[in-house]
Design a binder for this molecule. Sequence first.
Ligand code: UGB
Length: 626
Amino acid sequence: MASTVGSAAESLSKLHINGDWASSSPNLLNNLSLLSPHQIEMAKMLLEMGQSHLFEHWPEPGIEDDEKRAFFDQVAKLDASYPGGLVSYIKTARKLLADSKAGRNPFDGFTPSVPSGESLTFGNDNFVQFEETGIREMKNAAFVLVAGGLGERLGYNGIKVALPQESSSETCFLQHFIESILASQEASCKLVEGGCQRQIPFVIMTSDDTHARTLELLESNDYFGMTPTQVKLLKQEKVACLADNDGRLAVDPKNKYIIQTKPHGHGDVHSLLYSSGLLNIWRDAGMRWVLFFQDTNGLLFKAIPASLGVSATKQYHVNSLAVPRKAKEAIGGIAKLTHADGRTMVINVEYNQLDPLLRATVNPDGDVNCETGYSPFPGNINQLILELGPYIEELTKTGGAIEEFVNPKYTDATKSSFKSSTRLECMMQDYPKTLPPTARVGFTVMDIWLAYAPVKNNPEDAAKVPKGNPYHSATSGEMAIYRANSLILKKAGVKVEDPVLQVFNGQEVEVWSRVTWKPKWGLTFTDVKNKVSGSCSISQKSTLVINGRNIFLEDLSLDGALVINSIEEAEVKVGGSVQNKGWILENVDYKDTSVPEEVRTRGFRINRVEQLEKTYNEPRKFCLKP
Ligand code: UGB
């Protein structure tokens, strides 16, 4: 202890020789003897960066000394977890805050136009071919889920990946993602002559808000069948909040020894992957692709095989998945931006920036639909496929740092103060912004019904969405899964009755037959077609839960609920007429706190009135023909 104090005093006198650095903060000066040399360096840095307000309330030594030391522990953590440390953070913040105050935007000088990309139609020969190529490539891919967001818009108290993506099979998002990756791994390895044992790596980016609960969900479910070493959790750190245009750090209103922090955004995923060393390990193992995806889009894996096929065929370094976008929908628009100096880039323009950019350049009406009924700019669903080699090359230059932005909410038009503290943010889809013009950056547009139905909005906000725009709620997310599965079966030759319209939590949705299957049953359209034959029909009131791999529908007529469970080694033919009272959707009000939160959020519960449920546990052939 004596030596720390001694060396602190030495550092202090050294620092004094260089200038009267602490004179602006007598309270800090009084407390220097408490601090280690490193903490003194940090203190000096804070004062030099105009942060003397952080020490204004510091009492004399002997009072709240532990809190003072804890304060510096936090400062050290914030400094270490940001590339270039707090100095760099505060400098960037000042520049971006000044730009924001002056009304300058990062797209100044750029004119947007509609880019051309690969547009896919589900089920045609082209699509099927891309799916085949994609499945072949899948064994060379690593998957990265960004799941550090709290989901403030959804207002759900748990982690979003624990929500059931649909309530017929009660499969949660994380389980579905893992089962989809495992099914992809198996299907891809099967295509290798002589077999292949490769395990597709799965990384989950978490944050302090989600880490412990994500780990617990995995551990309490045996990683949903994945080998635990196949899954890596990388935790993102929060960044310091900013109290004003001068970039002064905001203190916690309840504890003046704590600097307020907030999430930095999903863009952190690139620097975390880079510093984890995983990218080089994957490259050395012969991997070629990294696929990034978000936490609540239950349809995504229906679009992945074909999109990866596009990446491989077109040799895209970057491939963003997109869907037709409704004007003002809260998803970014993919645009080609051409600068006055000739530079061009194909990039996501975030939903809050698209309207002002269009107004300032090509369209005084801003973000509006064109004659197709959609925005001319494809909607970014934030599923990125990056080619690993060029990705490593780029990150070696940038360290994974992504261009940041700041979005302060000002108290009035003078823009001199904020309603609440703000912070710098970054987005993972901004990765291509630093790429050279030679980089092959493309995108793939898919049907919305096939590829995109996230769960982001709480029931109240969803009900207020302009008519015709998607709700992006738990209700619409679940209904979209039934619709997609029904439409895929229809395309495969099954007669699926038309949907009916129903209102849940104030949202009118199409209710299709509630069809769900495990990814290993139907990963691609070809898989589904191979599982269906003869004349099959499913009525609107029906539920079909397919919980196994080798289950074949042959001349099945379903009017009710049917649940089939089978082990891997069993082969089950399901046909004949199944008729019963089935499962009924009963309305639940989102304000009814007597029902579980996840049920309230989607606005209905399933009353399992009557069903035929069959389980096949022996490794042989079965035939179900009631
Ligand atoms: N996320 C993190 O992992 N860490 C964070 O700090 C923040 C978020 P939101 P957002 O496809 O629907 C994105 O909040 O950011 C994770 C695109 O920017 O759901 O409003 C979080 O857990 C937008 O262009 O979405 O909008 C979640 O998995 C558009 O494409 C993911 O990041 C839109 O998504 C997204 O976070 C969309």
